[in-house]
Design a binder for this molecule. Structure first.
Ligand SMILES: [Fe+2]
Ligand SMILES: [Fe+2]
Length: 336
């Protein structure tokens, strides 16, 4: 029933994992000076590890990207957490609970990966709660019905996978390893969303309409997840040269559209784009771009739920202060 091509994506994750093991066995010796050694590692598709010399800008770029990614996993728990108590069956509730918990785990892997670059997790969390660092704008949209949980799994987790599979080959070892684990779990998230929509779209006319409405609302924000169009993307070129990034925003967006068209057909749902059609010459679908002005407004804090998400995050952070204090006190006691 999945009728999807996520299997090839998972195959890419496995092959990135195999290549990582092979390159670790053939690790280059430190024969050259530091900057040359860094360039040699990147050129040979090997991994830069925390103790290796790296350009300061490479370190800063990674900290910014990994932190933003970690924050997105944590804030991303909110729109779906909203439906845990209202899931239609006990089984759906257990699945959603597990999924939201996975996102917390993803945040944890990523904060840990960022810490290998010499920042403190607490510092990163501070930067999130006081607004100095951002998270993915997609989580500033509300989840109005149960079908939104399906649409988020199918489209939002789906877009996340398309974005993240190439990151399994990122030149920075700890990030690449975290991404391999995360992608494997994301594929489960995507399928649970797809299955919710499949059930709804084959249910009553009201259920089908609810599924269609959710897809209508989540389609363009999901396309915007790939970031601004290539011409306007500020960090891309250098990230490509460092092999942090492997494909451009527009390439990944196109890949996502092409995958979704086929899956929407199996779901029996329509993608809300009258101009979506196969282009034989390009061997890809033509489609309408998302509204990038809206994307910029949401990033700047003017999305429907920005204030609510941040207020909730701050409250949770304050409410959790006693846990951090207790853990610190216990660690000190153990140390003594
Ligand atoms: Fe995740
Ligand atoms: Fe996910």
């Amino acid at each position: 029933m999945y009728g999807n091509d996520f299997a090839p994506l998972l195959e890419q994750v496995d092959s990135a994992e195999r290549d990582m093991q092979t390159s670790a066995e053939q690790r280059l010796d430190h024969q050259t000076e530091a900057p040359d050694h860094f360039d040699a590692i990147v050129a040979a598709d090997q991994k830069v590890e925390p103790r290796d010399w790296m350009p300061e800008a490479y370190r800063k770029t990674l900290i910014r990207q990994i932190a933003q990614h970690a924050h997105s996993e944590i804030i991303g728990m909110q729109p779906e957490g909203n439906w845990i108590s209202r899931a239609p069956t006990l089984k759906r509730k257990a699945i959603l609970l597990a999924k939201v918990q996975d996102e917390a785990g993803h945040g944890l892997y990523l904060y840990a990966a960022a810490e290998t670059l010499g920042v403190d997790r607490e510092e990163l969390v501070e930067m999130l709660v006081d607004g100095r660092q951002k998270y993915s704008s997609i989580f500033n949209y509300p989840t109005l019905t149960w079908a939104d949980i399906g649409a988020i799994g199918w489209l939002v987790d789906g877009a996340a996978i398309v974005n993240q599979v190439p990151l399994c080959r990122c030149s920075y070892g700890p990030y690449a390893r975290a991404m391999i684990r995360i992608c494997k779990e994301e594929s489960f998230h995507q399928r649970q969303g797809y299955e919710i929509l499949h059930t709804l779209s084959h249910g009553t006319p009201e259920q089908k309409a609810m599924a269609q409405d959710a897809v209508d609302r989540w389609w363009y924000p999901s396309l915007a997840m790939f970031g601004p169009p290539d011409g306007d993307s500020t960090h891309s070129e250098r990230s490509m040269a460092w092999k942090i990034k492997r494909f451009s925003n527009d390439e990944l967006r196109q890949r996502f559209v092409d995958m979704c068209v086929q899956q929407a057909g199996v779901l029996g749902l329509r993608l809300p784009d009258p101009d979506l059609r196969w282009n034989e010459e390009r061997r890809a679908h033509d489609y309408t771009q998302p509204d990038y002005d809206e994307l910029m407004r949401v990033i700047k804090g003017e999305g429907p739920c920005n204030r609510q998400r941040m207020a909730h995050r701050r409250r949770a952070h304050e409410d959790g202060a006693w846990v951090r204090e207790a853990a610190r006190a216990y660690a000190e006691k153990q140390h003594a």
